[in-house]
Design a protein around this ligand. Structure first.
Ligand code: MLT
Ligand code: ZN
Length: 469
């Protein structure tokens, strides 16, 4: 059955769209964090929406399970096939068209395989801003970004991926194409169907293109590196800055001193303006050209300093300095990876509960694993903390993770849950957190999700084993 379906696909899509050689498949079978290593009957590489539809139709008729994949940068194994060798991966990497840029309407229409960095560049070429931004932007692709409802570094001002979408084109599990590429900002004609597919991790269909919202390019931008005594002070600073500067507060990131130390140990070119504080905030404000944000930001930071809320402050004087500040924040995941990786968490709570979350989780870790190293950082403006735990210095990372990851994650997720938080703020559920979803969501919520799944994918062929599949 699989062999004849693949033969049919070769005939209609061409040899180069149906990969089966082990060496060609390898890179599609391992996830970014190397948590999963699957097998696949083939990797399909369609070039157009119609080819995706054809591939899905042939697979559905042959009852072959499909795993959609974009840039393969996800953290939860949502795009990795299982170990049976009977699934096919459908890679969207060849759907590479920017279909339209409407500068007057502030929209961009692009296909699933365009990288996030390319979307930003396309918008900038039309003197517009596509604000979604994250460390993986050179590699992650639109389809995956939308399917995981990714967050990143400017959610505070512009929202997560979901909030940046006006319309979608989706290949449904039976191969039909839902052409929902509307560019309307107002449209109350029934259910908002696109929301079914955003954040659905490819379990309900394959996103092939989207109409995205664009924004004016900021005419002015200020970036500051601020020393803070603790996370509570960082949260209070955020509140005061928003009061003083309104929606111009665009990014507000926290780094613990331990996270910064990991970056400095690994990256000889990383140069913080100063480093001797218990924690740091990296913040950015932006606005239109006529705004004088520098004065307003300086005044607000001075007020916070006088109130004893914050310590030293440095404001970037040029783009080189700004990039140097961001290098410190964006280097954290790489620094952890260089040490063999961490037990990662992606928790969110109301901003007012963030300090409490960090304290509870840190106390719990110290009580049971006193020599484990913590790397706590994240998107404070979104209430989203990456509370990561590394092996003690003299303990091999792999062995520590294998032995303690489950208990440590239970503890951190328990702390978030006790504060009405989420175990997955911006990285999705995939395979990694599927059981957790079932354990923590109400039975009614799971039932509703499963009813939607059954309605759209009654045969259960679309990305099985992920989310509620
Ligand atoms: C980040 O905030 O840097 C990303 O979510 C990646 C990560 O935490 O590893
Ligand atoms: Zn993050």
């Amino acid at each position: 059955m699989i062999a004849s379906a693949l033969a049919r696909l070769r005939e209609s899509l061409g040899e180069d769209a149906v990969l089966t050689a082990d060496s060609a498949l390898e890179r599609y079978l391992i996830d970014e964090r190397r948590l999963y290593h699957g097998r696949a009957a083939a990797v399909l590489r369609p070039r157009t929406t119609e080819e995706v539809a054809l591939a899905v139709r042939v697979c559905a008729e042959a009852r072959i399970a499909m795993v959609p994949q974009g840039g393969n940068t996800g953290y939860c194994g949502g795009a990795t096939p299982d170990e049976s060798g009977r699934e096919v991966v459908i890679s969207l990497e060849r759907l590479r068209q920017i279909r339209a840029l409407d500068a007057q309407g502030f929209t961009l229409t692009a296909e699933a395989g365009v990288t996030l960095a390319e979307l930003q560049q396309a918008a900038a070429a039309g003197r517009r801003l596509f604000p979604l931004s994250m460390g993986s932007e050179g590699a992650c692709q639109l389809g995956g970004v939308l399917s995981t409802n990714a967050g990143g570094l400017a959610v505070l001002r512009y929202g997560t991926a979901r909030e940046l979408v006006l319309g979608l084109e989706v290949v449904l599990p039976d191969g039909q194409i839902w052409r929902g590429l509307s560019a309307l900002r107002k449209d109350n004609t029934g259910y908002d169907l696109k929301q079914c597919f955003l954040g659905a991790e490819g379990t309900l269909g394959i996103i092939t293109a989207a109409v995205l919202k664009l924004f004016p390019q900021p005419g002015t931008r200020e970036t500051a590196w601020v020393g803070v005594p603790d996370l509570a002070a960082a949260c209070e600073l955020l509140s005061r800055l928003r009061e003083a500067l309104g929606d111009s507060v665009t990014s507000f990131e926290f780094l613990s001193a331990a996270s910064l130390a990991l970056v400095l140990a690994r990256d000889p070119d990383a140069a913080p303006p100063f480093a001797g504080a218990p924690g740091f905030v990296l913040l950015e404000v932006s606005g239109s050209a006529h705004e004088t944000l520098r004065d307003a930001l300086t005044q607000a930071l001075l007020n916070a300093m006088e109130a004893g809320l914050i310590g030293e402050v440095a404001i970037a004087q040029n783009e080189t300095q700004r990039r140097a500040f961001w290098r410190l924040r964006e280097g954290i995941p790489l620094a952890e990876k260089a040490l063999g990786g961490s037990i990662k968490h992606d928790v969110s709570v109301p901003i007012s509960a963030l300090a409490n979350l960090a304290e509870r989780a840190s106390d719990g870790i110290r009580a049971h694993w006193p020599r484990a190293r913590l790397s706590v950082y994240g998107h404070i403006g979104d209430g989203n903390l990456h509370f990561n735990v590394l092996a003690p210095e003299d303990c091999p990372a792999e062995a520590f993770k294998a032995q303690h990851a489950d208990a440590i994650s239970d503890l951190v997720h328990g702390a978030a849950s006790a504060l009405a938080g989420s175990f997955s703020a911006e990285h999705g559920v995939g395979k990694l957190k599927r059981d957790l979803l079932h354990q923590t969501e109400s039975p009614l919520a799971i039932d509703l999700m499963q009813r939607i799944k059954r309605a759209l994918d009654p045969a259960g062929l679309m990305n099985p084993g992920k989310l509620v599949g």
